[in-house]
Design a binder for this molecule. Sequence first.
Ligand SMILES: [Cu+2]
Length: 161
Amino acid sequence: MEINKLERYWLIAVGITLGAFVAATIVAVTVFGIRLPAPVERIDPQRLDQTIFAKPGVRKIADNRYEAVIVAKSWAFDAGPEAGTPAVLRFPRGSQVTFYVTSKDVMHGFQIEKHTLNLELVPGQVARASTTFNRPGTYHIICNHYCGAGHQVMYGVIIVE
Ligand SMILES: [Cu+2]
């Protein structure tokens, strides 16, 4: 079978482009640890008091491992009374934190600034993602999904010590 010279160039160009995308995906997953968050379970946003979200907060589950249960609502992240408003979460350097986050009312975002974690919060869905904080510093949690009049004041703080 004979392939036209130009066709062959295009086939090679497409092959190289696809190879570059596959390589970029592999590097993102293995080197940078980027994962696509998936909805974990469905819940009734009207009845959060019957779920793990009844008592939001940070729990230590093992050495250097934490679980953070957070409820997003217009216009704050509720991480329990200890965290306050706006929520301030503190973790020692090197902590692995699993976030369980949901929204009580409308769609919100949960993006950790200067980090790879970015969740979309849909009422009725639990978003879960784990991440490790290796570098000390202050990281803001930002709602990056427009959610109404107080959207710009919806944030939290993570302090890695
Ligand atoms: Cu919001």
